[in-house]
Design a protein around this ligand. Structure first.
Ligand SMILES: NC(=O)C1=CN([C@@H]2O[C@H](COP(=O)(O)OP(=O)(O)OC[C@H]3O[C@@H](n4cnc5c(N)ncnc54)[C@H](OP(=O)(O)O)[C@@H]3O)[C@@H](O)[C@H]2O)C=CC1
Ligand SMILES: O=C1O[C@H](COP(=O)(O)O)[C@@H](O)[C@H](O)[C@H]1O
Length: 522
């Protein structure tokens, strides 16, 4: 049964306006739909809710994107909590973002938590969801605003209960006059079959335009910049292909381990946790063709197209690692073979990328926190300066920490001698945009949900294709109980990874060390 309810409110076409340096950036407001907005956080007692969901809503509240006159936040979970219990639990996490000097941040946090009300109930319990619906409806009736009563449900819950909760929302809590949107968190399944099963179950209850599958990497500033950078700069156009690019690396590193999430992590491993979703989304934006427009369907059509061109990797294209001490976690079995590190090389079989390896690398408990895209160009032909020794051009997009885009290039070493050396053109956001508050990923994505803009959310076919690429290798790893190489905590991961990357053409620049000013230890 497909829902008869579809959004009565037109999605706001994503606008992209050119902003001159120091210019006004506030030209993309929420289309004023009037009426009321109820945001229901299901699993409000949990970790994600307190660390990400409510803080993101707080940031939007601070910027008046969710005005207190017309917005109410409802928490729902099984834990027996009062409104005050939940409010107190959240207060300590409501710290991020900038406020003007006149505003007291603690007062703002107090004003925000007053918008939250909590109700407890089971996830399969009709009575609980009927009570929730009544609470929302009573509040909607009280809000004097003309217009639709909009309802946003955010599932900050373990995926095992998504279908159950979705059924309850569909049965009892749909908006009576206005839109209903449902946000779900990854993991969207464990492989192709389970993902399709989940998609089928949700598809019975909600239309695709009501479902927002969140991948928070799509909300990161540099990831969002990829479309603009790639398609608004003429000089990049002729270079962005196999003729000039040798290899592309997309890297995620974390300096800590599973930190209390060992039970979850051990079931999924690093490929499902990071590579199949976050890194693949970034890959799509690096590799896809120019969309016809910024309409969400046009952008997602291009992502699906590039995903369909990617060949299925084999174990030979892959290095797996596990950090020493991983199994000391009580929630992880002693004989666990779950990889906490993986390097996987993908090939895109199309005209633009034929022959260019896309190297995806992710690991926990490594030497640093870093996520970046590193595009390495081929050697310059006819090298009269012996530049090869100095290193290749690389365009690096650093997602975190300290967002930056920099281009490693060879220049004359200043001085009397004619000597070439490696330097960089550096766009470090903290220097260039010091006055601008860079929003958190969840903040931006929640705003997109309120706006009805699905560009930065996964469509069902996109998800399916990403699972088609990774399921064969994941099944093989599981079936063969493939043992990952143990690696030291705080290092670069298994040395085999660097060997594989080297074999696929990546050339490390010897002697080049550049620590951008924002990352230098003072
Ligand atoms: N935490 C994080 O940093 C991230 C989480 N996610 C995803 O977000 C979702 C929520 O994550 P997180 O908040 O960490 O999860 P939690 O384990 O904290 O669970 C959230 C809430 O769900 C309820 N719950 C827990 N286990 C069960 C269960 N077995 N059956 C029914 N209800 C249960 C609990 O509420 P109560 O008992 O009160 O009902 C809990 O407070 C997950 O899908 C996760 O993969 C994604 C990215 C990062
Ligand atoms: O989705 C997840 O992401 C986090 C890393 O997110 P980041 O925004 O801090 O880069 C990771 O720690 C976690 O394992 C994974 O589930």
């Amino acid at each position: 049964m497909a829902s008869e309810e579809t959004s009565k409110v037109e999605a706001v076409a994503p606008s992209l306006e050119c902003v001159t340096p120091g210019g006004d950036t506030s030209s993309n407001p929420i289309k004023d739909e009037g009426g009321s907005l109820a945001i229901v956080v299901l699993g409000a007692s949990g970790d994600l809710a307190k660390k990400k969901t409510f803080p993101a809503l707080f940031a939007l509240f601070k910027q008046n994107y969710i005005p207190s006159e017309s917005t109410k936040l409802f928490g729902y979970a099984r834990s027996k909590l009062t409104d005050e219990d939940l409010q107190d639990r959240l207060r300590g996490y409501l710290t991020g973002g900038k406020t003007d000097e006149k505003t007291d941040p603690a007062q703002l946090a107090n004003d925000f938590v007053k918008l939250i009300t909590y109700t407890s109930g089971g996830y399969d319990e009709d009575a609980g969801f009927q009570k929730l619906d009544k609470l929302v409806e009573d509040w909607e009736k009280q809000t004097a605003h003309e217009g639709p009563h909009r309802r946003l449900f955010y599932m900050a819950l373990p995926p095992s209960v998504y279908p159950l909760v979705a059924k309850m929302v569909r049965k009892h809590c749909m908006a009576k006059e206005g839109w209903t949107r449902v946000v779900i968190e990854k993991p969207f399944g464990k492989d192709l079959e389970s993902a399709e099963k989940l998609s089928g179950e949700l598809g019975e209850l909600f239309t695709e335009d009501q479902l927002y599958r969140i991948d928070h990497y799509l909300g990161k500033e540099i990831v969002q910049n990829l479309l603009v950078m790639r398609f608004a700069n003429r000089f990049l156009v002729p270079l962005w292909n196999a003729e000039h690019i040798s290899n592309v690396q997309i890297v995620f590193k974390e300096p800590f381990g599973t930190e209390g999430r060992g039970g979850y992590f051990d079931e999924f491993g690093i490929i499902r946790d990071i590579i199949q979703n976050h890194l693949m989304q970034v890959l799509c934006l690096v590799a896809m063709e120019k969309p016809v427009s910024l309409d969400p369907e046009d952008v997602r059509d291009e992502k699906v197209k590039v995903l369909k061109s990617i060949g299925v990797p084999t174990l030979a294209d892959c290095v797996l690692g596990q950090y020493e001490g991983y199994t000391d976690d009580d929630t992880v079995p002693d004989d666990s073979h779950t990889p906490t590190f993986a390097t996987i090389v993908l090939r895109i079989n199309n005209e633009r990328w034929d022959g260019v390896p896309f190297i995806l690398r992710a690991g926990k408990c490594l030497d640093q926190r870093k996520a970046e895209v590193r595009i390495q160009f081929k050697d310059t032909p006819g090298d009269i300066f012996k530049c090869k020794k100095q290193g290749r051009n690389e365009l690096v997009l650093r997602l975190q920490p300290a967002e930056a885009i920099y281009l490693k290039m060879t220049v004359k070493q200043p001085g009397l001698e004619m000597q070439a050396s490696q330097s960089e053109l550096d766009l470090s956001y903290r220097d260039r945009y010091a006055e601008i508050n860079i929003p958190e990923a969840y903040e931006r994505l929640l705003l997109d949900v309120i706006r009805g803009d699905q560009q930065h959310f996964l469509r069902r076919d996109e998800l399916k294709r990403a699972w088609e690429i990774f399921t064969p290798i994941l099944h093989k790893i599981d079936e063969e109980k493939k043992k990952p190489t143990l690696y030291k905590q705080g290092g670069r991961g298994p040395p085999e990874s660097d060997e594989l990357i080297g074999a696929y053409g990546f050339q490390r620049t010897s002697g080049y060390v550049w620590v951008p000013p924002q990352l230098q230890k003072k």
